[in-house]
Design a protein around this ligand. Sequence first.
Ligand code: CA2
Length: 145
Amino acid sequence: MKFLVVNGPNLNMLGIREPNIYGRQDYAALEKLVRDTCAAENIEVNLFQSNHEGAIVDRIQAAYGDADGIVINPAAYTHTSVAILDALKAVGLPAVEVHISDVSQREDFRQISYAGKACVKTIMGQGLDGYRQAILWLKEYLEKR
Ligand code: CA2
């Protein structure tokens, strides 16, 4: 099994500011959590982070015919990007949306998720552990299919 894990804009700045919302762990810790979880589950993983919408679209497209599933935190593009929604639909891979914070309890402008409309599951408000939960959930989903 092979997963693509995508992180959107500013997530590379994790741990630097807003620890009350996003915690104190940095992006390297997030990468380690994802790699360790996948290694323990015998899942091959590619991690990708970008601050650029088109680069995220390109990376999702490149997963077509390569990955079995996608875990994605589109960050701010969650609430704006029809292009990322369309890319997820275009590749047709099962995708799980992750948010570190509980976006349902935040500002009105965060209440729409375009990417989420192409995802089979959303995990939010679990901190970095949400990525581990998403990987386990997606593995089980693919095994049951
Ligand atoms: O809760 C999440 O995971 C979000 O996807 C994070 C995004 C935000 O725009 C979404 O509404 C919810 C923001 C990621 C920015 O990360 C930061 C890292 C360090 C300092 C400030 C922001």
